[in-house]
Design a protein around this ligand. Structure first.
Ligand code: NDP
Ligand code: 2IT
Length: 453
């Protein structure tokens, strides 16, 4: 049987066994097809049935989360923890709290995390979790009670050598604090069972900034390899959360001009460059909408969210040299990709997980636009989480500079590994293929070494 037929069979199995899990199917389709050159070169992966094994999570935990709102009413949400693959280390990956969270979304994120974590060169397996809980419009006490209830179930499944969750959309320092407090109360143990912790109780410097900073380091590495750099480049950024904010901060340090940000309600285009302090005040301090950014006396333009995806995302209509999609999955459509090409964009650097739709990616890969896939470009967050775990294990706290130097080096190594792998498989600069093969190969080889478990 041909390799393509085998891949199609695995994809057909996913469709049948996981109906309606479109994002998971999309992620699996992209990864499996990009592995063809490796599978042709080395027959062991088929012999040991790695494809069929790697698309099934080792364990899926789905649980009910009951919590009491401020009116005293009992509310119910669904919680998930998908422990996808622990071949090269304990399960590691974030928790997402957003109304759109469902099994398919958590599975796509967990699947991507396997290869991302492998690319970091560190010993961490892949997992993801979360809930369809919507933190918006909730009081601090409601968020605390939800986090406590969520942890009352999750604590049974995690551990510092077993599974170490972290943040993602809707889960930041505040939520990690409430989750950690409840874990400690339930177990009586002060353990590094979460990353992204507060700096006074086991957190690592640079973890907050790491995904955004790492994304910019990755872009700079890619541009340098092509004889270019970020200095003076107009950059569009989508999102206005953790990843977007620290992407913008680092872009300024590299002499680039970040000219946009967005949230679920609208987009800001600020030609002179985003006012970072204002953005942080609105988003980090007040958890407010970006609409208020446009109140200041400046030449910025606010575009309320359009009929999306039909009319595309306003961010990608803005002419730029480099685009940093840093909000959520499938936020950059074929229409948007065509617009970016038309406007002369030279690099799309994914800060979010799978922000580019399959159709847009197919189009981009046929153009001369450079493309950094999220599992490589946004791996700085999870890599720094692992540095937090290392510090916890040795009860040490490294300086900001020490952690940042390590992060820069890790991003350089990831870029080099993805790039060198693209050269090895005769598609120089195709980092989708390079990152997928490099991430997969390490996990698959280790699965073979560990036997059929
Ligand atoms: P945040 O919750 O801090 O910010 C998310 C941002 O994206 C907000 O501006 C939010 O707008 C916007 N957004 C979220 N969902 C949607 C949606 N469905 N439609 C439109 N806008 C949306 O999350 P992060 O910055 O942490 O995460 C952003 C992306 O980066 C995600 O894809 C995440 O998986 C990925 N990532 C995060 C890492 C981390 O360390 N945090 C590490 C690696 C990847 P609003 O505020 O209006 O909801
Ligand atoms: O998608 C991701 O890599 C994250 N949300 C961070 C995971 C982590 O464990 O730090």
């Amino acid at each position: 049987m041909s390799i393509t037929q085998d891949i199609d069979d695995v994809l057909a199995y996913i469709k049948e066994a996981s109906p309606g899990q479109d994002e998971f199917y999309q992620a699996a389709h992209e990864v499996l097809y990009s592995l063809i050159p490796l599978l042709e070169q080395d027959s062991r992966y088929m012999e040991f049935n790695i494809l069929e094994r790697i698309v099934v999570p080792e364990r899926s935990v789905i649980f009910r989360v009951n919590w009491i709102d401020d009116q005293g009413k009992i509310q119910t949400n669904v919680g998930y923890r998908i422990q996808f693959n622990s071949t090269i280390g304990p399960y590691k990956g974030g928790l997402r709290f957003h109304p759109s969270v469902n099994l398919g979304i958590v599975k796509f994120l967990g699947f991507e995390q396997i290869f991302k974590n492998s690319l970091t060169g560190l010993q961490i397996g892949g997992a993801k979790g979360g809930s369809n809980f919507d933190p918006k419009e909730k009081s601090d006490n409601e968020i605390m009670r939800f986090c406590q209830s969520f942890m009352s179930e999750l604590y049974k499944h995690i551990g510092k050598h077993r599974d170490v969750p972290a943040g993602d959309i809707g889960v930041g320092a505040r939520e990690i604090g409430y989750l950690f407090g409840q874990y400690k109360k339930l177990t009586g143990e002060f353990d590094g069972i979460l990353t992204g912790k507060g700096l006074n109780w086991g957190g690592s410097l640079v973890r907050k900034e790491a995904t955004g900073y790492g994304s910019v380091y990755f872009a700079q590495n890619f541009l340098e390899a092509c004889g270019k750099d970020l200095k003076g480049k107009k950059c569009t950024v989508s999102g206005s959360g953790n990843v977007a904010i620290y992407t913008i901060e680092k872009l300024y340090e590299f002499g680039a001009i970040p000219i946009s940000c967005s949230d679920s309600k609208g987009t800001i285009y600020h030609e002179e460059g985003i006012d970072l302090l204002r953005l942080k005040t609105i988003k980090e301090m007040h958890h407010d909408s970006l609409e208020s950014y446009a109140d200041i006396d400046c030449s910025c333009v606010y575009t309320p969210v359009r009929d999306y995806p039909k009319d595309g995302h306003a961010v990608w209509d803005i002419a730029c040299d480099v685009a940093f999609p840093s909000a959520t999955q499938n936020e950059l459509t074929l229409r948007d990709a065509k617009k970016l090409k038309e406007n002369g964009c030279i690099l799309i650097n994914e800060g979010a997980n799978m922000p580019t739709t399959a159709e847009a990616l197919k189009f981009i890969r046929k153009t001369d636009i450079l493309f950094s896939p999220g599992k490589a470009a946004n791996a700085g967050g999870v890599a720094t989480s692992q540095l937090e775990m290392s510090q916890n294990a040795s009860m040490a706290q490294w300086s900001f500079e020490e952690v940042d130097i390590k992060l820069r080096q890790i991003m350089k190594n990831i870029f080099k590994m993805a790039y060198d792998t693209s050269v090895e498989f005769e598609c120089e600069g195709d980092l989708v293929t390079g990152a997928n093969i490099a991430g997969f190969r390490k996990v698959a080889d280790s699965m073979i070494e560990q036997g059929a478990v």
